[in-house]
Design a protein around this ligand. Structure first.
Ligand code: NAD
Length: 318
């Protein structure tokens, strides 16, 4: 049986943020230093690793230098000495180009390197790139995240990881620095599959909670009363108890700050579309996922791309 530590708790609040000794320091290349990639790279630097980054944006590169990283002028230059490469890019087409394009990662990184793609992309692109990486002798995982910019900054992201065991083991120490919960979801592409299945649930649940509050308003039922009842009854879900779409019941909800994100509607729409593409590709039956995608599409088309996804209640009120 494991012995419990009975003395005072002297462990740091975030044990994985301890500075590493010389012997465990890795050369990391980080491609895509945007809203998410920037703070993730900063956490790898803070843990004592060497990090060389590349991004199309000069501003992102300047920020990396301020944080103690080195800025490269190309993907090839960033990855040439790397033991580990992390990518955090907008979509599948960017990931395919950065990995498999001319002077891309797979033709320029040293053999045996560990490759971590944390972008949220389509399952098919993730599997195509993973196969090419394996053929080139690399250990690759798809490792999309949830937790948003706040989680990226705090180093508390959840990573959903797809790839062979050996690649997962090689990537895990670095994921531990950037995240709090790291789950191996199976083979290549399964991290992306987990991410889109989860976010399809979230989109559907948010719409269901919004519809219930909009109906309650018309029936003369007070927001707080519905919250008190449903949060302890069978309607309970994260969209209600952690992210309530009406002001009042949950203090931290974007509803209390005029639906500033949070998680922007455009991001939710991106993930719902990825879920529908995947669903079509394997002939799965996801009618509510399709409806959620259509509703978020309509919400975004009304100019609400940058509004928090819980703001869809405004549209659902009619
Ligand atoms: P972002 O647009 O802020 O950052 C993407 C960065 O990639 C940009 O700085 C861009 O210049 C760079 N880039 C694009 N093409 C490139 C190329 N060919 N070479 C080098 N750099 C290139 O996006 P983000 O919010 O950081 O999101 C990144 C990924 O994380 C997306 O797939 C997104 O869906 C996912 N994600 C985002 C959030 C969030 O809350 N922002 C949460 C979970 C997952």
């Amino acid at each position: 049986m494991k012995q419990r530590w009975a003395g005072p708790d002297i462990r740091p609040a975030t044990p994985h943020k301890i500075l590493l000794g010389e012997e465990t320091m890795a050369n990391i290349a980080f491609i895509g230093l945007g809203n998410m990639g920037g703070p993730m790279a900063a956490n790898l630097l803070a843990a004592g690793h060497q990090l060389c980054g590349y991004d199309l944006s000069e501003e992102a590169l300047a920020k990396l230098k301020e944080q103690g990283g080195t800025a490269a002028v190309s993907v090839a230059e960033a990855v040439k000495d790397a033991d580990v490469v992390v990518t955090m890019l907008p979509a599948g087409k960017h990931v395919r180009t950065v990995y498999s394009g001319e002077h891309g990662i797979l033709s320029t990184v040293k053999s045996g390197a560990t490759l971590i793609d944390s972008s949220t992309i389509d399952v098919e692109s993730a599997r195509v790139v993973a196969e090419a990486a394996a053929k080139a002798g690399m250990k690759m995982v798809d490792a999309p995240v949830s937790g948003g910019v706040g989680g990226a900054t705090a180093g508390t992201l959840t990573f959903m990881v797809g790839g062979p065991d050996e690649a997962f083991e090689a990537a895990k120490p670095f994921l531990d620095i950037m995240g709090k919960t790291i789950i191996h979801a199976g083979g290549a592409g399964n991290g992306q599959a987990a991410k889109i299945c989860n976010n399809m649930m979230l989109g559907i649940q948010m719409i269901s909670v919004c519809e219930a509050f909009a109906l309650a308003e018309k029936l003369g039922l007070d927001h707080q009363k519905l919250y008190d009842i449903s949060s302890t009854a069978s309607g309970q879900c994260w969209s209600l108890t952690s992210y309530c779409p009406v002001p009042g019941p949950v203090e931290t909800s974007p509803a209390n700050r005029d639906y500033q994100p949070g998680f922007a509607a455009a991001m939710m729409l991106k993930d719902l579309k990825l879920a529908q593409d995947a669903s079509d590709a394997v002939a799965a039956n996801t009618p509510l996922g399709a409806q959620a995608s259509a509703l978020y599409n309509a919400f975004c088309e009304e100019g609400n791309d940058g509004v928090d996804f819980s703001g869809i209640i405004k549209m659902l009120r009619g």
